[in-house]
Ligand binder design. Structure first.
Ligand code: CUA
Length: 351
């Protein structure tokens, strides 16, 4: 007997058994709660809009739950009406009664619900609007520029020199921060779901997003607009810190971390890396690629895709395109492994 016959024939020929059918119905009923609860597994975590750690994200979550509750209530009313209609034996509605039912249930009720939800959404919105960002003038500004496939991050505190960084964003908890969002190549979208809503980064345009982190922690941001081959590999760790710690961190970032001395540093310069990358305090002053002045202190390598270790830095230098397809950095796999390791160790030490 062939495999397919053995599998299909007994089922098709089995007589109907009320006992077995009853068992199946019971199994379906038991599976329903599990299926309903399954989506809630995504409600927490570093990249969840439903586990908010920022004022704006909390408002988005409130709006979501209000809309979900309203949707559920209306669904229950519709199902109850349906059950009533199929079970009741009452005579059909007269024309006037049917007209009233359509007017109240089909026009006035949905309009009232939609107007209420729209009003609630608009009432929540002001802090997401640009004029609120204007009100935050004089506070810390962070300029984030989307690139294929990384993020340039510049901290601009009032009356201080800008501090350039990349691929990670740090924020003081309890302080409102204005983000200036730009792009140099294609459209990207900046989104840290746990902290605030999403906003596009459009070439030739400057968008502003105002946000305030409320809970210290490490969150995950992502590019939310398809921007090329490695769009899915364009993440952005976001670290919310107590204001004092943030201040100390920013002061540390403003000072150079390393010199151009030592074997790894010399290799970095002699291989021309400084034409694209900047390391503060050295002759490397390129601005095409990510600023590496304090790369050793970042959590990840390659914009959120690998833990920051000397091994992973060496892997990235040797074959950026293999780790991040479409990356513009040339590969340096032709260098001896010892040289790659020396450069990676030098970069990892830039704390
Ligand atoms: Cu950048 Cu998608």
């Amino acid at each position: 007997m062939s495999q397919s016959k053995r599998l299909s024939s007994p089922r098709r020929s089995a007589p109907f058994s009320p006992k077995r059918a009853g068992f199946r119905v019971k199994a379906i009923w038991r599976a329903i709660p599990a299926c309903c609860l399954f989506p809630f597994a995504a409600c927490s975590g570093a990249q969840s809009a439903l586990d908010p750690a920022g004022e704006e994200a909390a408002q988005v979550a409130t709006l979501f739950w209000a809309m979900a509750a309203a949707g559920l209530a209306i669904w229950l009313i519709v199902v109850a009406t349906l059950v009533y209609a199929t079970r009741s034996n009452r005579s059909p509605f007269g024309e006037a009664a049917a007209g009233r039912l359509i007017l109240w249930g089909g026009a006035l009720f949905p309009s009232a619900v939609l107007i209420l939800l729209l009003g609630f959404a608009l009432w929540l919105m002001p802090t997401l609007r640009p004029w609120n960002a204007d009100a935050a003038e004089g506070t810390l500004g962070i300029e984030v520029t989307g690139k294929q496939f990384w993020w340039r991050v510049v901290y601009r505190a009032p009356d201080e020199d800008p501090v350039v960084s990349a691929n990670e964003i740090r924020l003081p908890v309890g302080r409102r921060v204005t983000l200036t969002l730009k792009s140099d190549d294609v459209i990207h979208s900046f989104w840290i779901p746990a902290l605030a809503g999403k906003m596009d980064m459009i070439p030739g345009r400057t968008n502003r997003l105002s946000l305030a982190a409320t809970k210290p922690g490490v969150y995950r941001g992502a590019c939310a607009e398809y921007c090329g081959t490695s769009h899915a590999l364009m993440a952005l760790p976001a670290i919310a810190m107590p204001p004092g710690e943030f201040r100390a961190w920013l002061d540390g970032q403003a000072a150079p971390a390393g010199t151009g001395h030592g074997r790894g540093a010399k290799l970095f310069m002699s291989n021309g890396c400084g034409a694209c990358h900047r390391i503060d305090g050295t002759e490397a002053q390129g601005s095409i690629g990510p600023d590496l002045s304090h790369i050793g202190s970042r959590r990840t390598v390659g914009a959120g895709i690998m833990p920051n270790t000397a091994e992973n830095i060496a892997r990235f230098i040797a074959a950026p395109d293999a780790i991040k397809p479409g990356a513009k950095m040339p590969a340096f796999g032709m260098l001896p492994p010892g040289d790659l390791q020396a450069m990676a160790d030098y970069l990892k030490d830039l704390q």
